[in-house]
Structures are given as structure tokens and as C-alpha cells.
Design a protein around this ligand. Structure first.
Ligand code: TRP
Length: 454
């Protein structure tokens, strides 16, 4: 008897429809990556040229690799490591392909360790911005208050712990229905609030400057590490290469089109990121803030924007609540791969697996907590420990995983299996996909990697 696997299947077998899958996968994709990370790394890498490379990566690498990942998941139906292994073996290939799955599980583990710390900041801000006097302060005071907040490791530790516990509780229970419902309400509400912010930003007078900052590529501002960061961000934002999407794809109904799902997920994700950029940069320029100020960017700009609106504190609170939900639906997808692996490998109950894995993640998260205060001066290649973790996962592990997933899907997987899983007729669309995943995506990833080395 295999208790663990039974529970995992009953939990995930519940995608009620193709839309449920799309919602859950979109929930996994849309998160801090879009609203927190996209604006600040765009600011750090100079704007337009970075955005352009990011968009190119979404289309030539992101969507095709996402299709490959959903396809492997639907064929393998286990945790990423065993899915890769069994699909490889079934197709007469080496079981060593499992290491690609292992790399993904490790990446999801490391990403969640810092993701939870930042999600904790968002949760703390729900309470901060609820107080009208907070958002009515001067931009400098709001800025200073963020600096004071992250300078206190105990506060960060507290909110990080709250986020990890909450994520573990949901994963332990396996409330897929709960997630589905939350996402159904949360996603449209968040889009509406982002829309409100964009309208505010349009009136602030610095909108045109922001549009040109985001969409007018100036390649003199883009260094090679900006290109790597843009590719890393495409992987991170679409939740690729850790097996999250692979696991979600395993429960996609047979009748659904993987291609349409991948396109819908990727477009919604990109739309939210661009909207966040359009909401945030006008505030940055109007208040003389630095676009390149780093991870604190949204925590410094959004309170200022809301401070200028009637009932600003109400909207601000709603906004951060929604950001926490968005982070939550992503955090869950990051915890699931390691939990599923523990369940299936050690035959332990889901609850136990959730506790073990989340404790490990919480512990590794302490590195990120102290990297903003006590250990702020400990640097490797001029990067803080948080930045090292982020760089290692998003810019190295994810593209590397994506590279092997692409290679596997077209060079090693039987063509008919691919066609069957993608539900594509043997026509133009299928050959285009194969061509892109065979030549374009892996070569693009390699070129970016090599450009950094030389
Ligand atoms: N994509 C999510 C975001 O943008 C984060 C995330 C969830 C993720 N699952 C992932 C990132 C898997 C990389 C891999 O916030």
C-alpha cells in the first residue's frame, strides 16, 4: 500500500476542468515575480532593452518550454524526479534524466526559502499601510521606514515564519479546491486594483516618461548580466524548470489543449508584470526615487501612490492582501515538488512531508533574513547572500533545467508521445513547436550563458 501516493493523487486529481488547471498554473505564475521582482530588476538593468529581451525570452523560450514541461508531467504523473525518470525509461532513455528533476526540486526549495521572506514583507505591509498616517508621510519617510523594517532581523524572521507555516498548512491539507476558489476571486480583483493604480499613475504626469522607460529600448544601458537576468526572470515568472508546472500538468484533463493553456498562462503573467511596471515607474519618477533602488522598490513606491488617493489606506491594504494571496498561490507551487518527492521516496504521509520540507526551507530562509541586516556586509562577487541565492536559482539553475527539459522533449522523447501529450495534430503547429524547442530555445539559452562567460 502506498499511502502517500494515494493522497497526492486524490489531492491533485481534482482539477475540475481545463480552467481549473489554467487558474492554478496562472496562480503559480503570477506572484511576487511580477509585482515585486519585475519592476525592480527592470530598474536595475536600465529599462526598455531589458524588457524587450524579457519579452523575447517569454516567447522563444518560455512558452515552448512550458509546453514541454506540461507534456512531460502529463506523461509521467509523479514528482519531477520520478516523472523525468519514468518518462525517460519508457522512451528507452537513461534513468539519469532524473537529475534534471532533482535540479528542479532543489531550485524550488531554495527559491521558496527567500520567496517566503519577501512574502513576509508583503504581509507586514498589509498592517503598516492600513494606518492612514503611514501612507500620508513624505516619500523620504516612507523610504526610511522600509530601511528600518528590513534592518530588524527579528521582524523579518517573524513574518517569514508566518508565511512558511501558512504555506505548509495548506500543502499538508491539500486544499486544491480552496486554492482554486481563492484564485478565482483574487486574480480579477488584483487586476482591477492594478488597473486603478495605473490610472492614478497616468494622471501623475510621469506616465509618458515611464512608458518610454519601459518600452523604448536603449541597448547602451544593457550589460550582459542584464541579458542573463532577463532570461532568468522569464523562467522565474512563468514558474518554469522546477517541476511546479510539470506536477500541475500531470492532472490536466486529456481533452485540454496544452498549447492554448501555455499561451493563456504566459500572456496573463506577462500582462500583470507590464501593468505592475506601468503602475510603479510613474511614482518612482514623480517622487525622485531611484529606479535601481532594488528589492525595496514596491514597498517604497506603492505606499506613496496610495497616499495620494482618497481612501488610500483602504485600497493599499486591499492591494497588499492581494499581493500576499498572489505570493501564496506561488509559494504553494514551490513547496509541492519537494513534498511530493518526500512522500513518494520515503513513503511518509503528506503532513509529515510538509513539516519536514517546510522546516528545511524555513531554516535556509534565515540566510535571506540576515542578509538584509546582520550579514549585509558579507558578500560574494559584490552580491549579498540573498542576491547570490537569487542569482544562482533564477539565473543559473532554472535556465539550465529549462535547457535540459527542451533537449529531452525533442531529442529524446518519442515524437508520437510528444504529439499525443500535446494533443496537436501532426501539422504546422506541431512542427513549429518541435523546431523551436529543438533549435531555438536551447541555443538561445546557451548563447546567453556563453555571453556571460566570455
Ligand atoms: N512565478 C512565481 C512568481 O512570479 C514564483 C514561482 C512559483 C516560481 N513557482 C515557481 C518560480 C517555480 C520559479 C519556479 O512569483
Amino acid at each position: 500500500m502506498n499511502h502517500g501516493i494515494e493522497q497526492r493523487q486524490s489531492q491533485h486529481g481534482q482539477w475540475s476542468s481545463r480552467w481549473a488547471f489554467i487558474m492554478a498554473a496562472t496562480g503559480a505564475a503570477v506572484g511576487l515575480g511580477n509585482i515585486w521582482k519585475f519592476p525592480y530588476i527592470t530598474g536595475q538593468h536600465g529599462g526598455g532593452a531589458f524588457v524587450l529581451i524579457y519579452l523575447v525570452c517569454i516567447f522563444i523560450i518560455g512558452i515552448p518550454v512550458m509546453m514541454a514541461e506540461i507534456m512531460i508531467g502529463r506523461s509521467g504523473r509523479q514528482n519531477p524526479l520520478d516523472s523525468m525518470k519514468s518518462v525517460a525509461v519508457e522512451n528507452g532513455r537513461s534513468s539519469h534524466w532524473r537529475w534534471v528533476g532533482a535540479l528542479g526540486i532543489l531550485a524550488s526549495f531554495l527559491i521558496l526559502s527567500y520567496y517566503s521572506v519577501i512574502a513576509g514583507w508583503s504581509l507586514a505591509y498589509v498592517f503598516k499601510v492600513a494606518v492612514p498616517s503611514f501612507i500620508e508621510r513624505s516619500p523620504q519617510a516612507i523610504d526610511a521606514s522600509f530601511d528600518n523594517f528590513v534592518a530588524n532581523p527579528w521582524k523579518l524572521l517573524f513574518w517569514h515564519s508566518v508565511m512558511i507555516i501558512a504555506t505548509a498548512v495548506i500543502i499538508a491539507k491539500g486544499v486544491e479546491k480552496g486554492i482554486e476558489k481563492t484564485v478565482y476571486v483574487m486574480f480579477p480583483a488584483m487586476l482591477t486594483l492594478l488597473g486603478v493604480l495605473v490610472v492614478y499613475a497616468m494622471e501623475s504626469g510621469h506616465f509618458a516618461q515611464s512608458v518610454s522607460y519601459l518600452f523604448h529600448p536603449d541597448f547602451s544601458k544593457l550589460k550582459t548580466h542584464g541579458i542573463v537576468a532577463a532570461m532568468g526572470q522569464a523562467f522565474f515568472s512563468l514558474s518554469l524548470a522546477t517541476g511546479s508546472i510539470m506536477m500541475y500538468g500531470a492532472y490536466l484533463p486529456r481533452s485540454a489543449s496544452v498549447t492554448k493553456a501555455a499561451v493563456v498562462i504566459a500572456l496573463s503573467d506577462t500582462f500583470v508584470a507590464l501593468l505592475a511596471g506601468l503602475a510603479i515607474f510613474p511614482v518612482v519618477f514623480a517622487n525622485g526615487l531611484e529606479p535601481s533602488s532594488g528589492p525595496g522598490l514596491i514597498f517604497e513606491t506603492l505606499p506613496i501612490a496610495f497616499g495620494h488617493m482618497p481612501f488610500g489606506n483602504v485600497f493599499a491594504t486591499l492591494f497588499f492582501v492581494m499581493l500576499v494571496f498572489a505570493a501564496f498561490t506561488s509559494a504553494i507551487s514551490l513547496l509541492e515538488p519537494s513534498v511530493a518527492w518526500l512522500i513518494e521516496t520515503f513513503k511518509i504521509p503528506r503532513r509529515k512531508a510538509a513539516i519536514i520540507s517546510s522546516f528545511g526551507i524555513w531554516f535556509v530562509g534565515l540566510v535571506t533574513v540576515v542578509s538584509f541586516n546582520w550579514a549585509a556586509n558579507i558578500k560574494l562577487f559584490k552580491l549579498t547572500m540573498f542576491e547570490v541565492l537569487d542569482f544562482l536559482t533564477a539565473n543559473i539553475m532554472l535556465p539550465l533545467g529549462g535547457f535540459f527539459i527542451a533537449i529531452f522533449a525533442v531529442w529524446f522523447l518519442n515524437r508520437d508521445v510528444a504529439r499525443r501529450e500535446l494533443q496537436l495534430p501532426d501539422g504546422k503547429l506541431f512542427s513549429t513547436w518541435r523546431f523551436v524547442v529543438r533549435y531555438i530555445s536551447p541555443v538561445a539559452i546557451l548563447v546567453v550563458f556563453i555571453s556571460v562567460i566570455v
